[in-house]
Design a protein around this ligand. Structure first.
Ligand SMILES: Nc1ncnc2c1ncn2[C@@H]1O[C@H](COP(=O)(O)OP(=O)(O)OP(=O)(O)O)[C@@H](O)[C@H]1O
Ligand SMILES: Nc1nc2c(c(=O)[nH]1)N=C(CO)CN2
Length: 162
């Protein structure tokens, strides 16, 4: 059995209904059980900003499916909810991203896990932290180290007072 975290987003049509429907459809798939749902957040669009606000949330699932099968299921659910994609990062009825799959690191042409942009996105990290703070804590700590290693200079200050 595997544990995975999925990020859900919607900014077209009945946004809340589409999140609810996506969770229902995922739960109906054999080999998937939705075990936790975060609160829903209303978020300003990141990236391409000339589009409506999103509703975002994260869920935890317990699954027998391999990661590639899980990706197919996510894409199938997106299709069932009539996802239309006009442009990359543009408006969509539903977007389902695989954020984490156990502790796996996957780098295939179709699937990258952990999701490569998740740590830059508060609309992912905030709801993920609501349902999996134990998972977010080591990730964010690692991320802080990466920021420091890459460009930011943050050096401990030695007091000049007595
Ligand atoms: N972790 C992942 N979860 C979902 N799709 C992924 C993942 N890694 C790679 N992909 C690929 O990304 C494609 C979907 O891209 P999509 O258009 O949904 O990206 P996006 O949601 O607009 O942008 P972003 O990936 O930055 O959230 C899929 O065809 C899938 O093969
Ligand atoms: N607030 C917000 N912004 C986004 C979102 C999203 O889900 N929420 N998804 C994107 C592409 O995946 C791009 N920008």
């Amino acid at each position: 059995m595997h544990t995975a975290y999925l990020g859900l987003g919607s900014n077209m049509g009945d946004r809340e209904l589409q999140l609810v429907e996506a969770i229902k459809l995922l739960n109906e798939v054999e080999g998937i059980e939705v075990t936790q749902e975060s609160p829903i957040y209303e978020t300003k669009p990141i990236g391409y900003t000339e589009q409506p606000d999103f509703l975002n949330m994260c869920i935890e699932i317990s699954t027998e499916l391999e990661s590639s099968e899980l990706l197919k299921v996510c894409m199938m659910v997106e299709q069932q909810l009539h996802r239309v994609r006009v442009e990359r990062w543009g408006p969509r009825t539903i977007d389902i991203d695989i954020l984490l799959y156990d502790q796996s690191v996957i780098q295939s042409p179709d699937l990258e896990v952990p999701h490569p942009r998740m740590t830059e996105r508060a609309f992912v990290m905030v709801p993920l932290n609501d349902i999996a703070s134990n998972v977010v804590e080591p990730i964010s700590k690692k991320y802080i180290w990466e920021l420091l290693l890459n460009d930011e200079q943050v050096v401990k200050y030695k007091s000049e007072r007595n």
